[in-house]
Write a protein that binds this ligand. Structure first.
Ligand code: OGA
Ligand code: MN
Length: 293
């Protein structure tokens, strides 16, 4: 079947017809998906009635998997899914929603801040693929912002200012913003900051994008309050309505985004209702900047 992509967002994001993830992809389908990602940065695939093994097989046909180990506050023994998946659900091992004040839930509320996946890892993620197994009765949308359009819309002075800047990213910085401070010594070590450049160039299209994330908590060489203020202004600029696509989930949707070219955030939903979302992630090519020893 030919792969057809129709734009659904303001300046990016496409909905794909002609892909059935229950079957292996043909080489021309793989090529069409990568070309679609280069152009649209977010792709929506509706009605994908797939199990975890099929999601994994589809993901692997596009590249190398990034494992999710030690990136949440779930202990290894309460993983609901293998480490080939990031468990983006609000569910415990018995598939019961976390209590409202459960520490694992409160940490995961950090996903409601604009971010780019794994910007807190030395090699950040390339694509993320999120599949909806169950959704709440209301809320729980995911929003995406086009960081290429955001870069293009900067004035020349700001473009010159951001060029060459390096930020430090940690999941502790994003959680501090929502009033979550109580990290153990082990978590402080596990979440220690990594460096990322603020401007990235897409390896195929050559387009520049602002590489921002709520995990960014400082700019190398800047006083922290000044850096935080600047980062806040840039995120505000980059997430204006004209750069944002809001995805309203249906069961069976799989949404894939390019973390190098977009930010995203989850929207709130009732805490008592299950929201079972499973993410596979494709590894990035390498660090965006040399890492401190
Ligand atoms: C993610 C994420 C947002 C959501 O899967 O990385 O941030 O709406 N998800 O669950
Ligand atoms: Mn995310």
């Amino acid at each position: 079947m030919p792969v057809i992509i129709r734009q659904v967002g303001p300046c990016f994001a496409g909905e794909v017809a002609g892909i059935d993830m229950r079957k292996p992809l043909a080489p021309d389908e793989v090529a069409a998906i990568h070309a679609g990602m280069d152009r649209y940065a977010v792709l929506v695939f509706r009605n994908q009635d797939i199990d975890d093994a099929q999601q994994l097989a589809f993901t692997r046909s596009l590249g190398e998997i990034e494992h999710a180990i030690g990136t949440s506050l779930r202990a290894t023994e309460d993983y609901r899914l293998p480490t080939t998946f990031a468990d983006v659900s609000n569910l415990d091992r018995q598939d019961k929603p976390f209590a409202r004040d459960d520490r694992r839930r409160l940490f995961a509320i950090g996903n409601r801040l604009w971010h780019s996946d794994s910007s807190f890892k030395p090699v950040p993620a390339k694509y993320s693929l999120l599949h909806a197994i169950s959704i709440p009765s209301k809320g729980g949308d995911t929003q995406f912002a086009d960081m290429r359009a955001a870069y293009d819309a900067l004035d020349d002075e700001t473009k010159a200012q951001v060029e060459g800047l390096v930020c430090e990213h940690s999941q502790m910085f994003s959680r501090q913003q929502i009033g979550f401070f109580d990290f153990t010594d082990e978590e402080r070590e596990r979440f220690r900051p990594v460096r990322q450049c603020m401007v990235r160039t897409h390896p195929v299209t050559g387009r520049k994008s602002l590489y921002l994330s709520s995990h960014a908590g400082s700019i190398v060489g800047w006083p922290v309050p000044e850096a935080r203020g600047f980062l806040r202004d840039l995120i505000e600029h980059a997430t204006q309505r004209e750069f944002v696509y809001t995805h309203k989930w249906r069961i069976g949707d799989l949404v894939m985004w390019d973390n190098r070219q977009t930010m995203h955030r989850a929207r709130p939903f009732p805490a008592s209702e299950p929201r079972d979302m499973r993410r596979t992630t494709l590894a990035g090519d390498g660090p965006t900047v040399a890492q401190a020893a």
